[in-house]
Design a protein around this ligand. Structure first.
Ligand SMILES: CC(C)(COP(=O)(O)OP(=O)(O)OC[C@H]1O[C@@H](n2cnc3c(N)ncnc32)[C@H](O)[C@@H]1OP(=O)(O)O)[C@@H](O)C(=O)NCCC(=O)NCCS
Length: 211
């Protein structure tokens, strides 16, 4: 995992594809890159209590629950919809989980965050980060940063050279998150259906060699 700051932003289109085959289970402490001041013991949002782990096949119910919660809570942040994904069969969720390309953030017994990534068609040297979401009760404590870092490490381990993502134009929190981590706007902008009044921009961050 890297220690320095990164910056950036994300992308879109029709409902995004989802993760593909994945790798080994990965655990990390969300606090490890946080400034000491953020880990104050009395802080109920203490990120040191958060663990990020890779989702496996046995976690498909957890993946389904947190993804549907995200779509219900923050529909404007995503290009997919709650109605669309509520209609997915269990087999779809199982396939997503088995793919191993999602991470959840857990605090105590609760899942408080989700992120996924996948390889876009025609972009074998890149991975795209999707489905980023942190539960309202866990925000502003470094959970999203830890989830992005898990994806950065996973993508680098797969030999990817760049991590991209899309951010809806008015999603200031997400834009600041990614920019702080080093992502930079690529100039690619996509209109969002149905009215084209919203758009999203692609951001990218080069990845170091996995070796
Ligand atoms: C955007 C989101 C993922 C951020 O999650 P988070 O765990 O609160 O983010 P972090 O605590 O890791 O914050 C890291 C940095 O992001 C930026 N940031 C996060 N939330 C912010 C906000 N509400 N306003 C401004 N900047 C924000 C800050 O730079 C922050 O660093 P700082 O706390 O040192 O200032 C979360 O608000 C969320 O899930 N929103 C709804 C879904 C969504 O927008 N997903 C992203 C789709 S691209």
């Amino acid at each position: 995992m890297r220690a320095g700051p990164r910056r950036g932003r994300r992308r879109n289109l029709p409902p995004r594809p989802h993760p593909l085959p994945g790798g080994p289970v990965q655990h990390l402490r969300a606090a490890r890159r946080r400034p000491p001041a953020r880990a104050a013991p009395a802080d109920p949002g203490d990120v040191t209590a958060v663990t990020v782990r890779r989702v496996g096949g046995e976690d498909w119910c957890t993946l389904k629950a947190v993804r549907l919660r995200a779509l219900a809570a923050d529909p404007a942040a995503f290009t997919s919809t709650l109605a669309r994904e509520e209609a997915f069969t269990d087999a779809v969720w199982q396939e997503r989980a088995v793919a191993g390309r999602s991470f959840v953030a857990c605090r105590a017994d609760a899942v408080v965050g989700l992120v996924s990534y996948y390889a876009e068609d025609g972009r074998p040297r890149e991975r795209q980060l999707v489905s980023m979401w942190v539960a309202p009760e866990a925000r502003r404590s470094g959970v999203a940063r830890a989830l992005v870092e898990a994806v950065l490490d996973a993508a680098a381990a797969e030999g990817a050279e760049r991590l991209t993502l899309f951010v809806v134009h008015d999603n200031e929190a997400a834009r600041r998150l990614y920019e702080q981590l080093g992502f930079v706007a690529t100039g690619e902008v996509q209109e969002l259906p149905p009215d084209a009044l919203r758009s999203e921009a692609r951001y990218a961050l080069p990845l170091p060699s996995a070796t």
